[in-house]
Write a protein that binds this ligand. Sequence first.
Ligand SMILES: [Zn+2]
Length: 359
Amino acid sequence: MKIIKCLSCSRVMHIFPSDTESCIFCSNILDRKNIIDVFEKSPSALKSLISTIDTRIENEEFDAAKLYLSWILEMAPGPALIDMGENIEIVPKSGEIHWRRLLVNLKCKSDIQLLSKGRSLSSNPFFEAAFHTASEIEKPVYLLVQKAKECVFQRLESELLTMLNQIKSNSGSAKITEFKQKLSSVQSITLSNIKDLLTIEKDLKEHEIDITAIINEYKNTVNTIFVSLKTVGDINKAEISENEKRNWVSKVDLRTRASESEAYELKGVLHSNPLFIRFEQLKQEQNTLEISIKDNLKTLNDIKTQIDEKIKSFNTKISKPYSEAIEEMQKGNYALSITKITQDRFDKIVSEVLQSIEL
Ligand SMILES: [Zn+2]
């Protein structure tokens, strides 16, 4: 792992043995003559250890690399690199050892891999140590990677949220729209039913007055009949003979039969009265409408419950995986997010970020 400056875009970066010879930012071919070896003037033991570590990192033998790094830190502990007694002149002040610790800790064999692994570099102690011990040539290398990592995170997060919103507006709200339409149709039926019911109640009130008049007339007639019958019974028993009594009994009989038949006829008149028929019809219609309104109100309630359930299941089934992906990413695990947006899309984001990143 060495530092190289691109002559096309002037940005500095690490170059790893497995890297192609092109700039990670602008893709132009790098000229190896521009390689800066920060350990050039270091003791040969240190140079040899660095080279061993780089081979281990290259082969993804991170545990071995970690062990060699701990030896180096004993020889030249990071921030104290310049206070190395007799080596003070030849051990450069460098963040490169700590940068290797950062790579090894996150199991990355290149800086590009850092863009899809681990938490934000601002909170990483190895990054902190690298940055604080960095020389002027190293600092921009670290800052560019840090900035690129933050941009990639933001782009990924924003794409996930956009995808979620699209799914919400396509599937979720389509279902809710369907329910809303059902709801609105039941609502309008109910409103129209209520309107009809009010008209019927108004009609019923008017007819009730007419019907009361008819019923009263009927009651009065029947009363008159019974009043006359009562007069018959008022005759004092002692003042009448057996003959007269029989005569009266037969008269009462006749009157009773006549009144029965009159009452029966009156009843027939009442039931065949068009107003009475209309009144009964209206009452029937009122009853039917009341049942229909009750049913509709129940349907409205059912629809509301269904909508609530749909929203709940939408939140758990569709929304949750996206918020989980973002949470995992904050913890440094990008796998879920990359699966959601696809590897190709992720690679494109990384390449766009690298192209546009500036300090
Ligand atoms: Zn370049």
